[in-house]
Write a protein that binds this ligand. Sequence first.
Ligand code: GRF
Length: 189
Amino acid sequence: KRIAIFASGSGSNAEQIASYFADSTDVDVSLIVSNNAKAGVIDRARRLHIPVLLFDRKTFYETDRITQLLQKQAIDLIVLAGFMWLMPGDLVRAFPDRIINIHPALLPKFGGKGMYGHFVHEAVVAAGETESGITIHYVNERYDEGQIIFQASCPVVATDTPEDVARKIQVLEHMHYPRIVADVLKNID
Ligand code: GRF
């Protein structure tokens, strides 16, 4: 099975997933797709010897280049890990139930437009939540609203800053995302 990981930022989840499958004989992280030439994920991909494809917004949305390319590369699963752009409709339609995403909160709370990265943890702290967590879900055209696959939670205490919450969330992400990717792949014939 072949995976393409999409990432716009540091890429720590991409690295965790690539490392998890490094010795696998039947799962290959074939490609990393990004929209940010300066993203940390580019350096990680280079160290991991994984090819990187960079897209600008125009090509990503105004051509079907990404869809054509992923089909040509026989990609079985698209894994979003901190990718900041919405999926183009034709890509979602070409890969039904074959795109998953991780959101650093317990959807449906703290989801939707603008709720990404640090803003999520700030909102969780500001709301006085006593827990937060991660949500891994299928991606459809309405972004954070696809069917939920897995959730894990962590406590949030009154003294927690958004950075404290971010650290706890990242531990959950690295602990669970690679295994959930493996589970989803098992259900792909
Ligand atoms: C993670 O918090 C993930 O939940 C969110 O974007 C962040 C990606 O972090 N979608 P990294 O680039 O994998 O370190």
